[in-house]
Design a protein around this ligand. Structure first.
Ligand SMILES: *[C@@H]1O[C@H](CO)[C@@H](O)[C@H](O)[C@H]1NC(C)=O
Ligand SMILES: *[C@@H]1O[C@H](CO)[C@@H](O)[C@H](O)[C@H]1NC(C)=O
Ligand SMILES: *[C@@H]1O[C@H](CO)[C@@H](O)[C@H](O)[C@H]1NC(C)=O
Ligand SMILES: *[C@@H]1O[C@H](CO)[C@@H](O)[C@H](O)[C@H]1NC(C)=O
Ligand SMILES: *[C@@H]1O[C@H](CO)[C@@H](O)[C@H](O)[C@H]1NC(C)=O
Ligand SMILES: *[C@@H]1O[C@H](CO)[C@@H](O)[C@H](O)[C@H]1NC(C)=O
Ligand SMILES: *[C@@H]1O[C@H](CO)[C@@H](O)[C@H](O)[C@H]1NC(C)=O
Ligand SMILES: *[C@@H]1O[C@H](CO)[C@@H](O)[C@H](O)[C@H]1NC(C)=O
Length: 534
């Protein structure tokens, strides 16, 4: 199964000759390492679809909430002590506006106390050189909670809740759905819509759109409101708030929430907000959630980013979409969970079925992300034409994941997919246009890769290049309606019943060994399942 090293140099040459001969080379934006940007800058009649978010690389950590008169322990918080030593709270305190706490001391909320400001966008910010300790049963509720301290303790049964308390989402975003269909709000994922226009399918219908992709490493946007079914009355759930925890040592036994607000069956759920945790160490088995709110149509998940050097924990993290009572198979789309230390992105919808997409836009080049995991019924789309999805390690799709390149009905573009490994189990990749895949290993378990090259030959041949290994198991299918090249220097193994690779013209090249198990099919006029260097 190892690649055949002796074969490699000739193999490369041969493959190049082959590629040129087949006219693959010129049409492709250099498989892998070419100057993509210039290759992609071709004029395109569908300019709206080729828009790229060429925003500069993500800036350093987000700005702290705006400076304001610093709060005092006794007056503003009805506590004992001060912020240059220790300020201790022993009662429930309801604030009626923003508080900004700074000092060289500590803040302690004793068991059973609360600090709340239940107004949309209300800020509770503490930036202390000592510690922030939230004792058992403490509640902290506001639209934006930011805690920065040398160490932060969030004890068992603590709830820090910014759910349904968002301020305004960023300007020029369309997370709040229009119309009166009671759609879900969008943010990390799109909000669901149970309303399907004539001639469209559920897949083409969504509520609020996604935004703040370029901030997913350090999210700081509010979630968006869901839509209403009435012009007079606003039934939409409110978006999730913003929650930041910055510490050297963080003990996370409690629950921290930035969920979208729920609605009734007369409005859509709000979308999840933003949670950003940065710490040297994190311990505890708490819960972190920035999920979409439930409603007639569910809100999209929000954005969570964890930047913790040393994790000793079983924290559970959720960014799934909200439930749709009006179309139960179409929950809000999953949001994003970014883990900054391995540089990996997770999109997980917790097995809530959806027809609504989470958008993947630009992938960073410097440095590359390590892994991208799409799982548990998350449905992800790479909507920008001529896009590239590139990771250093694995792109893995599991448990009902769907990854779509391009837009249904616009099969005019090429997409690039580059990774060390592409692993698919019980999952689907759909391509509208052509795919240039370059991996070391492609493993498919009960999975499908469906390439719709359109009726004409505008789009070049798709090329799947797996240098070491391609294995299809448990009725996995690679199906292309346009020409398909499958290339590698190692093994191609269709292990058994129902494993199929088929295309009108199928070109297999350079495999060291090809095994077609009983019941497997390689179908295409050029090749009929035998050992075959072309
Ligand atoms: C906390 O305060 C320090 C110095 O006063 C500042 O550098 C830092 O950015 C602040 N952090 C937050 C999260 O506001
Ligand atoms: C915190 O301590 C530093 C130096 O010890 C001092 O310069 C600063 O003024 C103190 N800040 C506050 C808010 O007391
Ligand atoms: C947090 O800091 C305080 C004061 O610096 C210290 O007494 C306490 O032990 C620390 N707690 C943890 C969990 O590190
Ligand atoms: C956090 O949880 C751990 C494990 O359940 C427990 O040992 C520890 O006492 C808890 N700490 C606090 C402050 O809740
Ligand atoms: C958090 O706040 C939301 C909105 O007010 C509320 O519905 C939810 O029950 C709260 N969650 C917890 C665990 O208290
Ligand atoms: C989702 O379904 C898969 C496969 O059935 C299962 O392994 C996984 O535990 C489920 N996850 C959740 C969050 O329900
Ligand atoms: C191909 O897959 C089958 C079934 O999994 C396995 O038995 C066989 O050994 C594989 N062939 C090679 C050459 O690895
Ligand atoms: C491959 O060719 C053989 C005869 O040459 C034929 O019996 C078989 O059905 C063909 N297989 C496919 C998948 O077309």
């Amino acid at each position: 199964m190892a690649p055949h090293p002796r074969l490699a140099p000739q193999a490369r040459l041969l493959s190049l000759v082959l590629a040129v001969a087949l006219g693959l080379g010129s049409a492709a934006p250099g498989l892998g390492h070419g100057p993509e940007a210039s290759d992609r800058a071709e004029p395109d009649p569908y300019s709206i679809l080729t828009w790229h978010d060429y925003s500069p690389p993500s800036p350093p950590p987000p700005p702290p909430p705006p400076a304001a008169p610093a709060a005092t322990c006794a007056e503003d918080l009805h506590g004992k002590g001060d912020f240059s030593t220790t300020c201790e709270l022993s009662e429930e305190v309801q604030l009626d506006g923003d508080v900004y706490i700074t000092g060289n001391g500590s803040l302690v909320l004793n068991s059973g106390t609360a600090l709340t400001c239940e107004k949309p966008g209300c800020v509770i910010s503490a930036n202390l050189s000592g510690e922030v300790r939230l004792g058992r049963g403490v509640r902290v509720v506001a639209g934006w909670v930011s805690l920065a301290a040398a160490n932060i303790t969030i004890a068992d049964t603590v709830i820090v809740n910014t759910s349904g308390l968002a301020g305004d989402p960023p300007d020029r975003t369309s997370g709040v759905p229009t119309g009166t269909h009671g759609d879900g709000g969008g943010h990390g994922g799109r909000g669901a819509s149970c309303y399907v226009k004539d001639g469209q399918s559920q897949e083409d219908s969504w509520g609020g759109d996604a935004y703040a992709w370029s901030d997913l490493e350090h999210p700081f946007s509010y979630g968006s409101k869901g839509g209403s079914t009435s012009v007079e009355k606003d039934y939409g759930g409110v978006g999730g708030g913003i929650l930041w925890l910055f510490a050297d040592d963080l003990l996370m036994n409690g629950t921290v929430l930035a969920d979208g607000g729920d609605s009734s069956d007369k409005g859509g759920g709000g979308s999840g907000g933003s949670i950003y945790i940065k710490a040297e160490t994190m311990h505890g088995a708490g819960k972190i959630s920035a999920s979409g709110g439930n409603g007639l149509a569910g809100g999209g998940g929000g954005r969570v980013s964890i930047n913790v050097f040393s994790r000793h924990d079983d924290t559970q993290i959720f960014v799934h979409g909200g439930m749709s009572s009006g179309c139960p198979d179409n929950a809000g789309a999953a949001g994003t969970l970014y883990d900054a230390v391995p540089k990996s992105l997770d999109v997980n919808n917790n097995n809530m079925s959806t027809q609504t997409d989470t958008l993947l836009l630009d992938f960073p080049n410097q440095p590359l992300w390590t892994n991208v995991n799409i799982r548990n019924h998350a449905k992800v789309v790479v909507p920008l034409l001529w896009s590239r999805v590139q990771v250093q390690g694995q792109l893995s799709l599991k448990s009902g994941a769907v990854l779509t390149f391009g837009l249904t009905g616009y099969p005019y573009s090429e997409f690039e997919l580059m990774a060390e490994e592409l692993l698919m189990s019980d999952s689907t990749i759909k391509v509208f246009g052509a795919l240039r895949m370059s991996v070391k290993m492609l493993l498919m378990w009960n999975s499908r890769m469906l390439i719709n090259g359109g009726g004409d030959s505008v789009v070049a041949t798709s090329l799947l290049d797996a240098s070491n290994l391609i294995v299809l198991k448990e009725s996995s299918v690679i199906h292309s309606t346009a020409n398909l090249g499958v290339r590698g220097q190692g093994l191609l193994n269709l292990s058994g019943d129902g494993d199929i690779i088929e295309a009108p013209r199928l070109i297999l090249s350079l495999f060291y060994s090809i095994r077609v198990g009983p019941g497997s099919i390689l179908r295409g006029p050029l090749v009929n399942g035998s050992n075959g260097d072309v």
